[in-house]
Design a binder for this molecule. Structure first.
Ligand code: SF4
Length: 230
């Protein structure tokens, strides 16, 4: 994958952060830097929409406010509380993470990426989210929303079709994170993908990215003037 020029990266960062100041969502896990609370939110958000996660996130943390309390809980009870969110391997993993964190790290989630990824079910995305959102590291996050935004803005449909493998995406995401601003930048990128540059109806007409976006307008106009998605 060819890297975007430094000036294009800077413009993207500035536009995205300005967009976030205006349009960013007020979500309960954005009011904490506690690694455990951020972990809970990230695990809940896997496979579940934000509006369903918010009340369950609050309920879960009222019942299990710390790693220690979750580790001591009966796993069946944890699973029952989680149940309306579905995909029920997640509470089991979270419970296992709490136990391991207590046993190996005295109840404090580690900052190191390799240590985080040794915890049950913690992949590169979740490790990046904890490092950036709880510990302030310049770590990237890459989910389907982020990938869609980066693909549309920096690649466009033709170059996008030639990208192979995860590494190229992670390298691109990592190269875009502004030093010292990973928290806002990553939150902004996820919000922008979830609410603005959406899969089917991106708001291209009044988008801050359109001067540089390689997919503008999306979907691309067909030769006969009709709109077609690439
Ligand atoms: S111009 Fe359209 S496709 Fe490009 S980033 Fe904005 S919303 Fe997404």
């Amino acid at each position: 994958m060819r890297w975007p020029a430094a000036r294009a990266v800077r413009r993207f960062q500035q536009r995205l952060l300005a967009w976030y100041r205006r349009h960013g969502r007020d979500l309960p896990w954005r009011r904490t830097r506690d690694a455990y609370r951020i972990l809970v939110s990230e695990v809940m958000l896997q496979q579940t929409q934000v509006d369903r996660v918010v009340p369950k996130y609050r309920e879960f943390l009222r019942r299990y406010p710390t790693v220690r309390r979750l580790a001591a809980a009966d796993v069946g009870e944890v699973r029952r509380l989680w149940y309306p969110l579905g995909y029920n391997v997640r509470p089991l993993r979270l419970h296992a993470i709490a136990r391991e964190t207590l046993a190996r790290y005295r109840g404090r989630l580690p900052e190191d990426e390799r240590a985080l990824r040794r915890l049950p079910g913690v992949g590169r995305y979740t490790a990046g989210a904890i490092r950036a959102f709880a510990y302030g590291h310049d770590a990237a996050v890459l989910d389907t929303n982020v990938r869609r935004v980066l693909g549309r803005v920096f690649l466009g449909p033709r170059r996008l079709a030639r990208v192979r493998g995860e590494k190229a995406w992670w390298d691109l995401a990592g190269a875009l994170v502004p030093r010292g601003r990973a928290y806002d930048f990553n939150q902004a990128l996820m919000d922008f993908g979830a609410t603005w540059c959406t899969p089917r109806r991106p708001r291209c007409g009044d988008c801050v990215m359109k001067p540089d976006c390689r997919s503008y307008p999306f979907p691309a106009p067909a030769a006969n003037g009709a709109r077609r998605a690439p």
